[in-house]
Write a new protein. Structure first.
Length: 156
């Protein structure tokens, strides 16, 4: 996610995967912003991420989200054992008082590449979609590292 102060004087970025959302990464970002400012002076944009259409998880994880968050169960998991991370994030950001929240991205798992000049079928690299392929084809691009709790704020 990318954040910007409405006047453009500061920006921030945070990775908010399922672990981060469950563990309060957005609340931590809002708390940090709140040390010097008010979240009402900031806007947020959610970029490409695994969508509810494809992000299948085990039932235990769905139940963890349903127990931890005061959100409707169908918002957290619109289809059986699928998480809607973007909807969860939008609700959290609105509750934290951000001035505006935009969902600018598409699903990183199933969005097809529309540029005929590009050889790859999918628009995004996806750890979830591609991890099994690396075992079959060592030349297949992979994502290294599993940092689930990263964030940065840059001010002018």
């Amino acid at each position: 996610m990318i954040f910007s102060r409405k006047d453009g004087s500061a920006i921030a970025a945070v990775h908010a995967g399922w672990r981060g959302l469950l563990d309060g990464i957005l609340e931590q970002m809002a708390k940090r912003i709140g040390q010097d400012d008010d979240t009402a002076n900031w806007v947020a944009s959610i970029g490409p991420a695994a969508g509810a259409c494809c992000y299948q998880v085990n039932q235990e994880l769905v139940e963890q989200f349903q127990q931890a968050l005061p959100l409707p169960a169908e918002l957290i998991s619109p289809t059986h054992r699928h998480l809607d991370l973007a909807a969860i994030a939008v609700n959290k950001l609105n509750a934290l008082g951000f001035a505006a929240v935009d969902h600018a991205g598409s699903c990183t798992i199933c969005t097809l590449n529309s540029d005929p000049r590009q050889p790859q079928r999918f628009k995004y690299t996806s750890y979830r979609r591609n991890s099994h392929r690396r075992a079959q084809d060592p030349n297949h691009p992979g994502i290294k590292g599993r940092n689930q709790y990263s964030g940065i704020i840059i001010t002018g």
